[in-house]
Write a protein that binds this ligand. Sequence first.
Ligand SMILES: *[C@@H]1O[C@H](CO)[C@@H](O)[C@H](O)[C@H]1NC(C)=O
Ligand SMILES: *[C@@H]1O[C@H](CO)[C@@H](O)[C@H](O)[C@H]1NC(C)=O
Length: 342
Amino acid sequence: MADLCPFFVLPVELRLHIYSFAVLDDPSITIGTAELIGSHPDIVHRLYGGKRSPYPGIPEHHEPVVEAGFNASLLSATNPATIQLSQVAPLSDDESHEYAHTAHLALLLVNKQVNTELKSHFKISKNRQTSLFLAYPHGLHVCRTLTPHLLRQARSVHVAGTYVSRTFCPIRSACVGPREPAPALPKCNGGVTPNSTKQLADLIASAFGPGATHDVQKLELRTYYPGEDSYSTVWGDDDSPTVVALRNIYCGEVGIEVWRGRHGTGVYLTARHIGDGEKKRIVSTTWRRLEEGGRNGPKCGSWIVDPRWPEWDQGYTMSDGPKGDLIIHRPHHPAGRAPQVL
Ligand SMILES: *[C@@H]1O[C@H](CO)[C@@H](O)[C@H](O)[C@H]1NC(C)=O
Ligand SMILES: *[C@@H]1O[C@H](CO)[C@@H](O)[C@H](O)[C@H]1NC(C)=O
């Protein structure tokens, strides 16, 4: 069929030019998952109709969503995105969840030739404008497995999510092997449990590691650690996203804001490259009070979605907050360990 399509008679340069319009048309892309809401038969049809099967490695009854534009609910744990099946047209039997969500994805799926051209010949534009917003951990998994190419065109990467340790015991301040009772992992499709630590490490190393391959101008990582005793998990757990980030940022300027609250701890970490390609790392840390819960406060954990998004600064701008915070600058902070002081 492809032989008959006039599109493929065009010179490849022209085709690549056309692709660029489709691929670079959105300033922001949000990747997460959404829970399917509807009657049992509707959900079963949506997941298993035609030749479909649920997307592996995300929670049951969820669908991956790669959305053009910024979508806070795809990132939010307190007001999460859902897909109301009664309100959307049912998928026909030959549609899969991999269709539809972005122009880029749609193009990738047109046929093998377009797919190959996009993946291998497509010159990375110098004017990349895309900001990639990823829900941690499931949106990160979807990005790594379904749309890894989106990273190549990202000017900034923003990750937001909640982290619950499975091995770290805050009372003993030590990793104790699988915790008893360990918090239940959400059951994932296809029996696949993604290694989120590795996925995050790879993403950060690809932008800030010794052999960085992606020229990302800014990384933002907002992690919420639920629990009043969660502070030691931030620094003590090897799989804590904050520790994973520090372990994989080889050089650059890192700003860390630690938001301590009664119900949990939020860590806002930013990284950017230092001008002149200097090979050093500067880490500064600030502590703030996290006000959440209570009758009038924001919901616990809603902190992970930055109200400034999708706007972001190229430099490091501290969030608004009470004055008089402790700020520590640590040039040449040794890789691997985070500050323990408070
Ligand atoms: C965010 O994404 C969800 C899931 O795709 C969708 O239902 C919702 O309408 C989106 N919200 C906005 C504001 O676009
Ligand atoms: C995840 O990957 C890391 C790094 O490759 C590895 O050290 C760790 O054992 C893996 N975790 C699991 C649960 O497989």
